[in-house]
Write a protein that binds this ligand. Structure first.
Ligand code: KG4
Ligand code: ZN
Length: 352
């Protein structure tokens, strides 16, 4: 029996088992992260090794440096996650790894690592979509959350409005025509001279500023649920350059607050329109930008007004982590969706 056939049989057995523990690995960008997750909902171990220090010097993620750092860190991070869970590899039921989207070299290190481990240990392997992982972070933070629900996925690479119809079943409602929200935050932060990654730093600085100090244009989009952040970003850059040319001091906190307000207003206005039209009972945030304080406040206000239950991952689960990959993998494993040894990195993988 070949590896894939054996994995399918094991997955069918695991679907009848009371407790299923998955060891997961995430290496799609600049975090080497591993976790041990029980039944898709309970975190037994969760270790995130951030490479920020390595990339800060360059003002962004350098793909080759990221791949090499993952190569060095994978083993250690996996060991730590198992130790945190108090488990040995033999006690793990299945393995999971992010297969895309992301940086190809970074993804390949993780996929290869987990393929080797799964084959050697004779355990099923699940290839996971990183964006599905972000959505699934909510299952870890909220034991009561079950599909269907509407979800705003906002990260460094994505700004999607999706309907989660069932576990692993998504319908795309809107997406960005250009920059993702996180990307826009990072680029705006760079103009203010803030170090990489700019998003969280903009957020912090914005807390001390006046969000009405600068007026930025409202983005125009073709679809009513679509986003666009590149015009907003350009207008922001022009505002900063204008101040610099006039030798005026940069009111950085006011600039950050005004930009944050413009991005979060755009994100929540489209989501609000959707909640109004769909009459959904539940709405979730996902992805790195869901850690944004203003976005969380605005989402709370929006859901309170609409009488919709709001779900947001706990802050450490908003940005990249291995736990969310282990959660997403569980529901795929239960449906028998296991990978063969030909599993490859898919840098441009889509959610739908
Ligand atoms: O989900 P994530 O960790 O990686 C991707 O899948 O892209 O998201 C990272 C993005 C970065 O652009 C980062 O600046 C942004 O999320 N981010 C934030 C905040 N925390 C992370 N943006 C705004 N406010 C934050 N608090
Ligand atoms: Zn991510």
């Amino acid at each position: 029996m070949n590896y894939l056939e054996a994995s399918r049989r094991k997955a069918a057995e695991l679907a009848k088992q009371e407790k299923v523990r998955i060891l997961s690995l995430e290496t799609s960008c600049d975090e080497t992260a591993a976790a041990v997750i029980e039944n898709g909902r309970v975190i037994l171990g969760n270790v995130v090794f951030s490479q920020i220090d390595l990339h800060e010097l360059y003002g962004g993620v350098v793909p080759e440096i990221a791949s090499r750092a993952h190569m060095e860190a994978c083993d250690r991070v996996i060991d730590q996650a198992l130790r945190e869970a108090g488990m040995k590899l033999e006690e793990i039921d299945a393995l999971a790894v992010t297969r895309g989207p992301g940086l190809v070299g970074a993804l390949l290190t993780g996929v290869n690592c987990m393929k080797g481990l799964a084959f050697a240990a004779g355990k099923p392997l699940v290839g996971v979509n990183h964006i599905e992982g972000h959505v699934s972070a909510n299952y870890l933070s909220h034991p009561d959350l079950e599909p269907p629900f509407l979800c705003l996925v906002v990260s460094g690479g994505h700004s999607h409005l999706v309907e989660v119809e069932d576990y692993g079943v998504y319908r795309l409602i809107g997406q960005t025509a250009d920059d993702a929200a996180g990307e826009a935050f990072d680029k705006a932060a760079r103009v203010l001279g803030l170090p990489y990654p700019g998003g969280p730093r903009m957020d912090k600085l914005a807390e001390e500023g006046d969000p009405e100090a600068f007026t930025l244009p409202k983005p125009k989009t073709a679809g009513k649920y679509d986003y666009s952040f590149s015009g907003l970003k350009t207008a922001f850059i022009n505002t900063v350059h204008g101040l610099e040319q006039r030798n005026e001091p940069l009111p950085k906190a006011d600039l950050a607050a005004s930009f944050r307000r413009a991005v979060c207003t755009e994100l929540t206005e489209k989501a609000d329109l959707l909640l109004k039209e769909r009459k959904a009972g539940a709405f979730a945030l996902a992805g790195g930008v869901s850690a944004n304080r203003e976005l969380r406040r605005m989402a709370e206000e929006m859901c309170r007004k609409r009488g919709v239950k709001l779900y947001m991952p706990e802050i450490p689960l908003c940005t990249d982590n291995g736990a969310m990959i282990g959660s997403a993998a569980y529901y795929r494993l239960m449906r028998g969706e296991v990978a063969g040894l030909e599993l490859n990195a898919e840098p441009a993988l889509r959610l739908v």
